[in-house]
Write a protein that binds this ligand. Sequence first.
Ligand code: HEC
Length: 235
Amino acid sequence: MTDHEKDLHEDARQDEEVSEETAVATAEDAALDEMEDDYAWAEAPKFEIEHKEDCVCEVQVTIPASNIKAMLDEVYEEVNDGVQVPGFRRGKAPRKLLEKRLGKYARSTVAERLAEHASKRLVKEHNLVPIAKADVERGQAMYSSCAICHGEQGEGGHLMNAPKLKGLPASQVASLLKVYRKGTEMGQYSYAMIPQATHLSDADINNLAAYIADIDKLRDDVSEGAGDDGDQPAM
Ligand code: HEC
């Protein structure tokens, strides 16, 4: 049985406002990251596994809402430490204000992190490896959390002096993200960027890089559904 013969569709059914598209796990999420799920779940996720053809299962993942609340608190704490809101000292901005400005970012980050933890747990508990095609659509979905600072089209300068990303080749975006992921300071504002990269898997980085590299072309195509085939442009 080769990897290509295996397929697994992971459907994340969420109890709360977390969007579904950002909660799909990829093979690399599980395979390349550490396999252990050391995440302290408030309440364990439930997996309903339905065996289909040989080597193919469909898994429904239910993530109890209590986890979403705990993870949201964690994300807001991080954001508060990393973002300077005008009029407040760093770390002192009220949660309500952060929710208003960064709610979308916080929710998508929570969805991604919980999906990743859940996929590790799935691998460990059931010996299943989730496989999904890496694609720019996923890159686009993830990019919504980057747009807050880097701009909808990667034009830069929205928050925290975030640099322009448009025009960077995919290979460069990917290697820069890997440097931030390691926690390496590059510029004056790295403290804002490092937490954004810490939780990205290699697959996430490739998807994001593929999307960013063609951001002006893909932005419209993908939202119109033209990127349906899931192919990743060559880097
Ligand atoms: C909180 C605001 C913020 C968010 C959200 C954010 N970034 Fe950044 N990003 C920055 C800042 C600020 C820098 C410059 C950091 C420095 O000075 O080293 C940066 C730098 C980068 C760079 C390096 C660009 C260069 O030319 O050096 C890349 C690539 C990048 N970000 C990609 C992303 C991606 C992809 C996401 C979403 C997963 C993201 N960023 C989310 C603020 C942010």
